[in-house]
Design a protein around this ligand. Structure first.
Ligand code: GP9
Ligand code: MN
Length: 748
């Protein structure tokens, strides 16, 4: 034993072994504690156990070729540091996204701005010390030595270097030792690859999901593989031509679902107000904490006879989360299998999005409102590509201290401030309002809500119900305003939850609150919790409300991909020639197989997760007979076809080869979002007596006086919602003369 410790301490190979053992242990800790890799059977367990070894050893062995001992030791330390950072970043990322960090995500981080950084720090919990305690101690030692050396320098004493109990091994290694070590490491890695290929054929060519690749090959090979894929993607685009588009068109034409004629056009000509309910899951509807309804307003709205809502509606986002939801809602094409489509393709791809389609086929003006950083998820660029006329980002909102939470302006203020812009939009308008308060870390003060704490030992779950309650209260105020101002009579309001707020690793704690949740037929908690229960919780609300709309709770199975055709048909816009992968939820021909981004799926009867089939009504695992197998294979095919074709469309940027008849492709360079207010007011002025904005219809009177909110910031100073923030106020002045010379736009 003593000899072994000495060997580890005093030889180069020993030092490398030490680092290898440490990174191996850390990785195994992550595999078993932080990641859910789903290794089943002895073979998979063995692969999982040894897969961190080969690649780490191969990388560390490279330092054996460095002759200078100090440089070799330092390089090995740096490699160890990088492997640790890769691991830790993935642990944190996984905690939020239940997936691994991809090169695409890293590359788009500059677009995603600083928001994720803030969340990342919030993600760290005590046990993460395992990953960096050694590095932290080393850093402290280095700093300590630095200070000591300064003292020694002043006192004319020679410097001393930290040695961490190691002795630098100055002996150069024989010529063959480095080669032998590298060869053995590579061989270990090759064996893991070969065994993986046997156990899971076509692992890399089919890329089932990231979990699989990490489970079989490890984190570092996954990252390298992913980088390679990204580079390849860039090439793919260059190789595309019009013939690829024909294949997509053949599919979407063949799978077009004609609208139910009794529903088609029933909301024709109405304004569309889309409210993006951040991180809002279906289980919130009807849920109670301490006997109090979490969402009393939405609960009553759903019962209203003018409300059409769906209770088997799933989010289908991938890693792009909010941006994936937005992309599906506005294009009826899927997000990417990796990263965010908005971030990676939003600036350059050709889109045929809802704002442009509704403008060109139904005369809508479009605007999108988000009270945070405009660059987040590359929104500013992507919204231009989608054809939005105006984007009111955080710079158009009062961002005084106390008015914001992490991702943007607080929801109550968001709706109130949005209203003073909304009233200048030409009608009919298509307006999307993105809420943010109900976002991880779900923080809200007692001044903003008095809703009770759910009392679990998970602060995020407790906060989630409180922020959701706050959002519900904000919606109530906004609806009241819409009614008082008169906008309500001419509007179709659509609300949807973009994705989960509570990630899968928290669901068991959540289950104790939901107990026999309506959205989980099994009522599982604790040890009988399964992936089926997780899948059930991926339901999010989809709600349409308009005076005169035929309401009811619709149990049709569907997902975010299906919203655009549903909405367009309600508005009376024919979708036959558009490239859409979803189908109208109200159509008799609707495809009720709901595809998750990882190719798992849900049908009205079954939930298929990998190779496991669950019966929806009972949650039990079923072994399909021949007939069911055939049915499920067809469903899987439909899922794969849609996802694959949608991916081809996006990665090859195929829409540049297709222009629907009567459509003019969007020119994103024409938009000037920093001047959104100015341009909107100019348009209002230029329309003169023909202007259809609420403000013009009210004889140039603002309706913002109708806005009632109990937000404490407004109680203190109402100008928070009635005045333009100083950064954009000059866009409303000087007063713009109307062409008929009759009246002037008044600034508020
Ligand atoms: C806030 C949003 C946050 O609107 O951008 O994005 P998410 O983390 O939910 O994807
Ligand atoms: Mn979101």
């Amino acid at each position: 034993m003593k000899n072994l410790i000495n060997w580890l301490r005093t030889t180069r190979l020993g030092y490398l072994c030490l680092l290898l053992i440490l990174i191996w242990l850390k990785t195994l800790f992550a595999y078993y504690v932080d990641f859910t890799l789903g290794a089943t059977g002895a073979l998979q367990q063995i692969i999982l156990f040894i897969n961190p070894l080969g690649i780490s050893a191969a990388l560390l062995s490279l330092t054996l070729y460095i002759r200078s001992p100090r440089r070799a030791y330092l390089t090995a330390g740096v490699i160890y540091l990088l492997l640790t950072v890769l691991l830790l970043v993935n642990v944190l990322y996984y905690r939020e996204f239940t997936d691994f960090m991809t090169v695409g995500t890293v590359m788009s981080v500059k677009n995603v701005s600083s928001g994720l950084g803030g969340s990342f720090v919030n993600m760290i919990i005590w046990r993460d010390a395992i990953y960096f305690i050694d590095l932290a101690l080393a850093l402290i030692a280095v700093l300590g030595y630095g200070a000591w050396n300064l003292w020694r320098f002043i006192h004319h004493q020679p410097a001393r270097w930290p040695h961490f109990g190691l002795t630098l091994d100055a002996k150069p290694l024989g010529y063959h030792v480095p080669q032998a070590v590298t060869a053995v490491s590579v061989a270990v890695f090759a064996v893991t690859m070969a065994v993986s290929e046997l156990n899971r054929p076509q692992l890399l060519t089919r890329t089932f999901d990231r979990n699989y690749i990490v489970k079989y090959l490890g984190l570092a090979p996954f990252t390298v593989y992913d980088a390679f894929q990204t580079a390849q993607n860039n090439q793919v685009r260059a190789s595309a031509d019009g013939a690829d588009m024909d294949q997509v068109l053949a599919y979407t034409k063949a799978h077009y679902a004609a609208p139910d004629p009794t529903r088609f056009g029933t909301a024709k000509g109405k304004n569309v107000i889309i409210i993006h309910l951040e991180s809002f899951q279906q289980f919130l509807i009807g849920a109670k904490i301490d006997g109090q309804e979490v969402t009393p307003f939405l609960n009553s709205l759903i019962k209203d006879q003018n409300t059409l809502s769906f209770d088997n509606f799933y989010h289908q986002v991938g890693l792009g989360k909010t941006s994936d939801a937005e992309n599906m809602l506005e294009t009826s094409t899927f997000g990417l299998s990796t990263g965010s489509l908005f971030s990676s393709l939003g600036s350059d791809n050709t889109f045929q999005g809802a704002p442009a389609l509704l403008e060109q086929y139904a005369g809508y003006t479009s605007a999108v409102f988000h009270g945070g950083e405009g660059t987040f998820w590359n929104r500013t660029n992507t919204y231009k590509s989608l054809g939005y006329d105006y984007f009111f980002d955080g710079s158009f909102y009062a961002h005084d201290s106390g008015t914001t939470t992490e991702y943007g302006i607080k929801d109550k203020l968001m709706f109130a401030e949005t209203s003073k812009y909304l009233e200048h939009l030409q009608q009919p308008f298509y307006a999307k309002i993105i809420t943010t308060t109900n976002h991880y870390p779900f923080f809200i003060t007692n001044t903003d809500t008095d809703f009770p704490d759910a009392g679990t030992d998970d602060a995020y779950i407790n906060g989630y119900f409180r922020t959701a309650h706050y959002l519900d209260a904000a919606l109530k105020e906004f609806f009241a305003y819409l009614k008082r101002s008169g906008l309500y009579d001419h509007s179709l309001i659509m609300m949807y939850g973009d994705h989960y707020g509570i990630s899968n690793d928290r669901n068991q704690t959540l289950a104790s609150v939901l107990n026999q949740s309506v959205s989980d037929p099994t009522g599982d908690t604790g040890s009988d919790w399964t992936s089926f229960d997780d899948a059930n919780l991926q339901r999010v609300p989809l709600i349409f409300h308009a005076p005169g709309l035929k309401g009811g709770i619709d149990h049709t199975y569907g997902g975010e991909i299906d919203v655009l055709p549903t909405l367009m048909h309600l508005l009376g816009v024919d979708t036959r020639q558009f490239v859409q992968f979803g189908t109208d939820l109200l159509s008799p021909a609707h495809n009720a197989v709901v595809a998750f981004r990882n190719h798992n799926f849900v049908t009205p009867q079954y939930t298929v997760l990998g190779s496991t089939v669950y019966r929806n009504s009972t949650g039990e695992v079923v072994t399909p007979d021949a007939a069911l197998k055939k049915k499920l294979a067809a469903a899987q095919q439909s899922v794969d076809d849609r996802l694959t074709l949608s991916d081809t469309l996006a990665t090859k940027n195929l829409l540049r080869f297709y222009v629907p008849s009567g459509f003019t492709p969007v020119d994103p360079t024409k938009a000037d979002f920093t001047n959104s207010l100015k341009l909107m007011l100019q348009a209002e002025a230029q329309h003169g007596a023909q202007s259809t904005s609420l403000y013009s219809r009210n004889q140039d009177e603002t309706a913002i006086g109708h806005y009632v909110t109990d937000a404490p910031e407004v109680a203190k100073d109402r100008s928070v919602i009635t005045q333009y923030p100083s950064a954009v106020a000059d866009q409303a002045t000087p007063v713009i003369p109307r062409p008929d010379g009759k009246q002037l736009i008044k600034s508020q």
